[in-house]
Ligand binder design. Structure first.
Ligand code: NAD
Length: 498
């Protein structure tokens, strides 16, 4: 059996005491085991980071950017191998695995411009003979804790910006698909990143708690489910750290009566079922406005669902593959039963789906519910599977209220040809990322990613200038160069520039 080890700048580690199983979701069997680390292991990584970080911070930003350029080229050269590895542990199809890597690389492209992003502010003559300037300096050592569903993109959201701004970064990836993060760390070394600047420690709650409590880790970025995000936020802040913690989601797609329904059905199929619904920006709730829209949408949606091909993740014709684990498959199927028990209409039932030759694989067929209502628990909670729930709304206002009042506020989309309705919706909806005829409005890397309400704790988003802000602190200098003639007076009032 293959063992997946930590990637830290220290040799001679003691043999791990604990391991976690890494599954092959296509087959439902264990394919590798990952070492689960503890505080002692983290201490070694932090020591290495402490040693390496000051010199890295002193490297001029252009040279740090060159490592990013080189890393980008290396990842592109290794794209096929990385995508296969990612797909084999996560279960998303190969083309989608490449998308996962590509979206991460786009943050690296942003980091190639880090010298520009790090330029400070300057005021000449803020007072008589006085200039003021500010600079952004790295925090020191940062850590990232990431979920299973984007094992390339999310580690790169964090590590790219943290490293480019001069920090050392310790990544604790999901223990369910840990191989790609290790491979990315190896490629960073190959690209010229000094040892100790990016390290990978594996683990579960024990390692997460060690990170949150470690006095030498200045900032923690977390992405995962909301209860854990909230816990990480509380505990990290209590320990005096800077923390950003992104959580779960339940994104709605509002379909106005004037929408292009064929386009909506195409968009919904991909956004609700792509990656087996295991995306925080998936669109698992559709809200048709008006009974006529609902009837027409349902009629068009059914054949589209029928045409979906569920297959092994290496099948180039499959639209989506298995979910990540048996436990997650059981959780999704429980939510389907909950929907039935709560009185929603189960139009297409994806439970009990099997694939010939892969009977033990973690597959869930596409599922459609109609007549879902806001009081149902299966609506209020995140399912994170290939399950689309239709909630019928009588008016624009009713539709707008649904995502606005939901506990999650990650993404939302409106489908319409009416510019006024779209504009009104974007301005008023209580959600962080909005798509207008765009089903998955994940912002490009030079903008920033982040939801509202229980989808994000903390106040800075991922990547873009918000990421630069998160991973740096501002120092402001007020300077005066006397001309030699001392005034000889002491000032006892607060200095003003007046
Ligand atoms: P998860 O919360 O189970 O795990 C995330 C991380 O937390 C992992 O590294 C895991 O090892 C660690 N962890 C797990 N249990 C813990 C505990 N009890 N204490 C401390 N740490 C613990 O999430 P997941 O299942 O890997 O990922 C799916 C979730 O992530 C979904 O809720 C999804 O919506 C969310 N997500 C959110 C975003 C976003 O940007 N808002 C992006 C991707 C995924």
């Amino acid at each position: 059996m293959r063992d997946i080890s930590h990637k830290i700048a220290f040799s001679g580690l003691p043999a791990p005491a604990r391991f976690g199983d890494v599954f092959d979701p296509n087959r439902g069997s264990v394919q590798a085991r990952v070492a689960l680390g503890d505080r002692a292991l983290l201490d070694r990584a932090v020591e290495a980071a402490k040693k390496a970080q000051p010199a890295w911070a002193a490297v001029n930003p252009q040279r740090r950017a060159r490592v990013m350029f080189e890393f980008k080229a290396l990842v592109e050269r290794n794209m096929d191998e990385l995508a296969r590895l990612l797909s084999s542990e996560h279960g998303k199809v190969i083309a989608d695995a490449k998308g996962d890597i590509q979206r991460g690389l786009e943050v690296i492209e942003f980091c190639c411009g880090i010298p520009h992003a790090l330029k400070g502010e300057y005021t000449q003559g803020a007072g008589p003979g006085i200039d003021v300037y500010s600079m952004r300096q790295p925090l020191g050592i940062g850590a990232g804790i990431t979920p299973f569903n984007f094992p390339a993109m999310i580690p790169l959201w964090m590590s790219g910006v943290a490293i480019a701004t001069g920090n050392a970064f310790i990544l604790k990836p999901s223990e369910r698909d840990p191989s790609v993060p290790v491979r990315l760390a190896e490629l960073f070394l190959e690209a010229g990143l000094p040892e100790g600047i990016l390290q990978v420690v594996h683990g579960d709650k024990e390692m997460v708690d060690a990170i949150l409590d470690h006095p030498d880790i200045a900032a923690v970025s977390f992405v995962g489910s909301s209860d854990i995000a909230h816990y990480v936020y509380r505990r990290g802040v209590e320990a005096g750290k800077r923390v950003q913690a992104m959580g779960g989601a339940k994104n709605h797609g509002i379909v106005m009566p004037d929408a292009d329904l064929d386009q909506v059905v195409n968009d919904l199929s991909g956004a609700a079922f792509g990656s087996a619904g295991e995306r925080c920006m998936a669109l698992p709730v559709v809200v048709p406005v008006g009974e006529k829209t609902a009837a027409a949408l349902r009629e068009k949606m059914l054949p589209a669902i029928e045409a979906l091909r569920v297959g092994v993740s290496t099948d180039p014709d499959a639209h989506y593959g298995p979910v990540v684990s048996a436990a997650h498959k059981a959780r999704i199927e429980n939510y389907i039963q909950m929907g039935v028990d709560e009185g929603a209409e189960l139009v297409v039932d994806g439970r009990g789906f099997t694939l010939q030759g892969h009977e033990e694989g973690f597959f869930v067929g596409p599922t459609l519910f109609d007549h879902v209502t806001p009081t149902m628990r299966s609506y209020q909670e995140e399912i994170f599977g290939p399950v689309l729930q239709m909630v019928r709304a009588g008016s624009f206002e009713e539709a707008l209220a649904l995502p606005s009042q939901h506990q999650y506020g990650n993404g939302v989309a409106i489908f319409t040809r009416n510019g006024h309705a779209a504009r009104e919706f974007a301005a008023r909806v209580n959600v962080g990322m909005v798509g207008i005829n765009v089903p998955i409005p994940v912002p490009v890397a030079y903008h920033t990613f982040g939801g509202w309400k229980r989808s994000a704790f903390g106040d800075t988003n991922q990547h873009g200038m918000e990421g630069v802000k998160f991973w740096t602190k501002v120092k402001t200098v007020t300077q005066r160069w006397p001309d030699g003639g001392a005034s000889g007076e002491s000032a006892f009032i607060i200095p003003t520039m007046g």
